[in-house]
Design a protein around this ligand. Structure first.
Ligand code: ADP
Length: 460
């Protein structure tokens, strides 16, 4: 795998390389188009000045004058018609001068070598230490025709100031490069940490500590990651608790069925005993079937596997049908059920809402007292339909109310054998699916009031 840091370093170096090359090309082009010719012209001017002095000079002093000129920062080379050659100042590295150039100058023409020289690569032509990279001027001295070839000495071109500037550029390059690499390291560090953390989470180790306290996008990513891990941990715990609850709730009715089935095998059982045992098996099988149905419904609601099927229906009539379904049970326990229902046309999922009334009503029966009361009211409000279930049952404590909507939560499983603790979890999911609210008020031994508010305009 190519690390991000390596890729970044290589890209930086590549960009620096390309920039240097591009800069060099641009400078070379400007040099070729503009500077080269001007430079040539300037030096021709200087050379003409020198030769005019030399032409006026009589007797000695010729050599001394040229020597002193070179001390001002020039290199000079002199030829004459007698094929004599002299060098002044810093000697040229390359003194080869083609015959046609010599003749051109000795015949009275100016040689523009600094403009036309092409021996080296681009801008390096400027520094070529060759007689061909000079300007050549003809002059006469004491009746002899000479040619003076001069150019500025490279040492003059590289003054201390130039070296200082070069040093400055180098230092700048080193500082920029190291800071970019340090910055890259700083950027890559949190990504590496996050990468390591994901490996821990993959093997269900949620105790990951991230040492990232930045305020930028990476810091935000780290904070979101930590929150996600916390949520994953909670989900994982919930999943494990769910599996253990499900296993436990399946295990006890199965054990009962198994035990009573064993008892039924015995031949010396009275008819009454046999019927009792069969009834227990029947009850436990129903409990299992009910539990499975509730689990399936919850899972389908969780995964949105069951689409919400909305339609217009009479909510009050649906509630009456549910009450009718349980009338035998209410009568059996000598309970008093009364209701006051305004006619309500509601737009929602008829099957899911039936589950809600079913669960809340059976709870009002299950957790009631013998000869207790149940009162149901439906009010058609302007924005909400308000459905309330008041029972005179055993009630619950304030702190328990918050938990009753959790899956498998049962306040005291010994209070009633029936129930799985899933009913109200289902109720909550369905009401929330309809964007509704549930309010519970309860007092121990006095009773409980469940109020369900369903909004009338819902967008599914
Ligand atoms: P269950 O299947 O046990 O009835 P629910 O999810 O329907 O599960 O309810 C959770 C718990 O809330 C019940 O076990 C019960 O203790 C409590 N509860 C629900 N409704 C009432 C009520 N009307 N009166 C008293 N307690 C109730």
């Amino acid at each position: 795998m190519r690390s991000l840091y390596r890729q970044y370093t290589l890209a930086t170096l590549f960009i620096i390389g390309i920039s240097i090359l591009a800069g060099f090309l641009i400078v070379s082009i400007i040099y070729n188009i503009q500077i080269k010719e001007k430079n040539d012209e300037k030096n021709v001017g200087v050379a003409i000045e020198i030769t005019s002095v030399l032409e006026k000079m009589h007797g000695g002093g010729f050599n001394n004058y040229l020597e002193s000129i070179t001390k001002l920062g020039y290199q000079a080379y002199v030829i004459n018609e007698n094929e004599e050659e002299y060098s002044y100042g810093e000697p040229f590295q390359d003194t080869e001068l083609p015959e046609e150039i010599r003749l051109e100058v000795l015949n009275g023409n100016i040689y523009h070598g600094m403009r036309d020289y092409q021996g080296k690569f681009f801008i390096f032509n400027h520094y070529a230490n060759s007689v061909r990279n000079t300007v050549g001027i003809p002059f006469e001295h004491e009746g002899i025709v000479y040619g003076l070839f001069i150019r500025p000495n490279n040492q003059l071109l590289f003054s201390d100031m130039h070296l200082l500037l070069l040093g400055f550029l180098l230092a700048l390059a080193v500082i920029i490069l190291t800071s970019m690499l340090l910055l890259a390291k700083q950027l890559v560090k949190p990504i590496k940490q996050l990468n390591d953390a994901t490996k821990h989470v993959m093997v269900e180790n949620y105790r990951v500590e991230l040492d990232i306290t930045r305020n930028d996008e990476l810091g935000q990513l780290a904070r979101n990651f930590s929150n996600m891990v916390k949520q994953l941990e909670l989900n994982d715990e919930a999943r494990k608790a769910f599996i253990s609850n499900v296993s436990h709730d399946f295990q006890s009715p199965l054990l009962n069925i198994q035990g009573y089935a064993d008892l039924l095998k015995s031949t010396d059982l009275s008819k009454e005993e046999r019927e009792n045992y069969i009834q227990v098996i029947d009850q436990e099988a129903k409990r299992l079937s009910n539990l499975t149905k509730q689990l399936l419904l919850l899972t389908s609601l969780d995964q949105s596997a069951r689409p919400v099927r909305k339609s217009d229906f009479r909510l009050d009539e649906q509630l009456k049908k549910v009450i009718y379904k349980y009338r035998w049970r209410i009568e059996e326990q000598n309970m008093d059920l009364s209701y006051e229902m305004e006619p309500v046309m509601y737009y929602g999922d008829i099957d899911l809402l039936e589950n809600v009334w079913d669960n809340v009503l059976t709870n009002a029966i299950k957790y009631n007292v013998a000869e207790g009361e149940i009162s149901i009211k439906v009010i058609d409000g302007s924005d909400y339909v308000r459905i309330s279930f008041q029972d005179s049952g055993i009630g619950m404590k304030e702190e328990e109310i918050d938990q009753i909507f959790e899956r498998f939560y049962r306040i005291d499983s010994s209070r009633t054998k029936e129930g799985s603790g899933l009913g109200l979890a289902i109720v909550k999911e369905i009401v929330e699916l309809h964007k509704g609210k549930i309010e519970v008020t309860s007092n121990i031994n006095e009773g409980t009031l469940f109020v369900i508010l369903l909004p009338k305009q819902i967008a599914f």
